[in-house]
Design a binder for this molecule. Structure first.
Ligand SMILES: [Zn+2]
Length: 155
């Protein structure tokens, strides 16, 4: 498994944004993006779920209308961006819920989903999150603690 790299400053800015959007009361999430015009395969920005679908914040947990995905692909094509992973927050621990496992945001083998505990409150370190890789067929492999940290590289 190749590590997911974050451009300088992007990790802490992402965590602060997820916390702000969820207001410390509900889940929030985003697609993590890289610029296709740059060789480095690293997270350089993100597209919050509530910008794709303003209604997504009405629920206590993350969900997106299917129309959000066509909007996502349009934006990626327009701005030459590529989705490298998704991320969302949980109220408590970083373990995937049954619904997270059953409904990958992008059902492609190798897709990465990060889960941030405690609505991304405070100083979130890579070892605090879960790093989940979709294997296809409803199966995932999940990494926690030091294993998660070894797969997240902050530049
Ligand atoms: Zn979840």
């Amino acid at each position: 498994m190749k590590p997911l790299e974050f451009a300088p400053g992007s990790w802490s800015a992402l965590m602060a944004d997820l916390y702000r959007r969820g207001g410390g009361r509900r889940e929030s999430g985003a697609f993590l993006l890289r610029k296709m015009t740059e060789a480095a395969r690293m997270v350089q920005g993100w597209l919050p779920y509530d910008e794709l679908d303003p209604k997504s914040l009405k629920y206590n947990y993350v969900r997106l209308e299917s129309s959000s995905f066509s909007r996502l692909w349009d934006i990626c094509a327009e701005r030459k961006l590529e989705v490298v992973a998704d991320v969302h927050t949980h109220p408590l621990g970083p373990r995937q819920s049954r619904s997270d496992r059953a409904n990958p945001m992008i059902s492609l083998a190798g897709h990465i989903a990060l889960i941030v505990p405690q609505f991304a409150r405070g100083n979130v370190r890579p070892k605090d999150v879960s790093f989940n890789v979709y294997l296809g067929g409803g199966n995932w492999v999940s990494y926690f603690q030091d294993d998660a940290a070894s797969l997240i590289r902050l530049r």
